[in-house]
Design a protein around this ligand. Structure first.
Ligand SMILES: Cc1cc2nc3c(=O)[nH]c(=O)nc-3n(C[C@H](O)[C@H](O)[C@H](O)COP(=O)(O)O)c2cc1C
Length: 365
């Protein structure tokens, strides 16, 4: 379903009702729906992205990866952070997100990524508020250096030969709108194909209400798709924000941590919260993938970040959490989970936006 040009929100009488299930195009690439997985540093690896796809995500973005680390062929970066699982390729498009402020380093890194990871899109991070990143001139610091930002985006496109998108914030400090202004320049001068807009300043990091009015203004102004990020926790709020801004799509971030079922709830494919069996089954699946990714020993430490999200969704208290945090092996953690939930569900890996979930999508009246 296409939107009416002068009514991107589809709210005027006579406008066709928009649905988050509608397919759309990003630089000529079909995206099966409008609910995407946001980039999440230290989290958004291949199995987290594949998990999001299983639950309905129409497109996924990797965790941010340093263009310098790729350029200098840091081994861990090139093998672990850029790892793409073949199963991901049968879902929606994949973007690898890069960060960095050096034009030639970005050109070289983007070329390497296109050749080795073979994503559909290169996404650039111009919104990271972490002082170490901003201090190097990357992330949200690029909002204050628009000439470099444009040159970096151009170089990413030239180096990779892939469509480039940019994720940015409204500004560095509260009330500033440098990101808003930069977005138009990136599209006009660097041929950036879509903007993901997180309408919070870098100063507030991830706190506070996103400025949806500013997002709506950007949607009305830009000739390319705007994807909305920020505050995506509850299906009703998410749908309202998507409608009121007229954004092309939305990205789930913290809301989907330990709750990948949020994709299906936002898409209207399920109403109920996950059962204890589903949550435990999903966590055990995550643990299996982490072992495949990092081996038993490193996975034991890595998973400590994931346990609190699933234990929260499970609604269990400190006891299980403490046991998982102290577990010295994957087996010990698995035993604790099975003691709490003896009959975990088996994860069905076939649910992808292009297959089962789309077939189950509610049809427009
Ligand atoms: C732990 C964490 C890691 C993040 N990593 C990235 C990242 O690598 N690249 C990026 O552009 N945004 C990153 N973000 C920002 C999210 O993609 C998203 O824009 C932000 O969380 C706001 O959405 P939410 O309020 O729905 O969580 C990160 C956020 C969190 C909480």
């Amino acid at each position: 379903m296409t939107t009416v040009a002068n009514d991107p929100a589809g709210t005027q009488p006579g406008s066709p009702e928009r649905s988050l299930h509608d397919t759309w195009q990003l630089a000529g690439i079909d995206v099966p729906n409008r609910v995407l997985l946001a980039p999440l540093a230290g989290i958004g690896n291949w199995f987290v992205r594949f998990q999001a796809q299983r639950h309905g995500a129409g497109m996924t973005v990797s965790e941010m990866v340093s263009s310098f680390a790729i350029h200098y062929r840091n081994e861990k970066t090139c093998t672990e952070l850029l790892r793409v699982d073949e199963r991901e390729r049968s879902g929606g498009p994949l973007a690898i997100q890069l960060f960095g402020q050096d034009v030639e380093v970005m050109r070289s890194a983007a070329a390497y990524v296109a050749e080795h990871a073979r994503p559909d899109v290169i996404d650039l991070n111009m919104g990271c508020p972490v002082p170490k990143i901003m201090g190097s001139g990357a992330g949200a610091a690029m909002l204050k250096d628009p000439d470099t930002a444009v040159a970096v985006a151009k170089a990413a496109g030239e180096g990779s030969g892939l469509p480039v998108t940019v994720k940015l914030r409204s500004g560095v400090k509260k009330g500033e709108a440098d990101g808003y202004t930069l977005a138009a320049r990136l599209v006009e001068e660097a041929d950036v194909k879509a903007i993901t807009f997180h309408p919070r300043s870098a100063q507030v990091q991830h706190k506070g209400e996103p400025d949806l009015e500013l997002a709506a203004k950007l949607v009305a102004e830009l000739p390319v798709p705007v994807i909305l990020s920020g505050g995506m926790n509850e299906p009703e709020w998410i749908t309202d924000a998507w409608k009121s801004t007229g954004a092309e799509a939305i990205m789930l971030a913290r809301g989907a941590l330990g709750d990948p079922w949020l994709f299906a709830r936002v898409l209207g494919l399920r109403e109920n919260d996950p059962t204890r069996q589903e949550i435990a089954g999903e966590l055990l699946w995550v643990m299996e993938q982490a072992v495949t990714h990092l081996g038993e020993s490193r996975a034991t430490g890595y998973l400590r970040k994931f346990y609190p999200w699933y234990v929260t969704t499970l609604g269990d208290g400190h006891t299980l959490q403490n046991t998982l945090q102290r577990a010295a092996s994957i087996d010990e953690a698995r035993t604790a989970i099975l003691e709490a939930v003896p009959d975990p569900a088996t994860v069905d890996e076939s649910g992808m936006p292009g297959s089962t979930l789309r077939a189950a999508a509610p049809q427009p009246a």
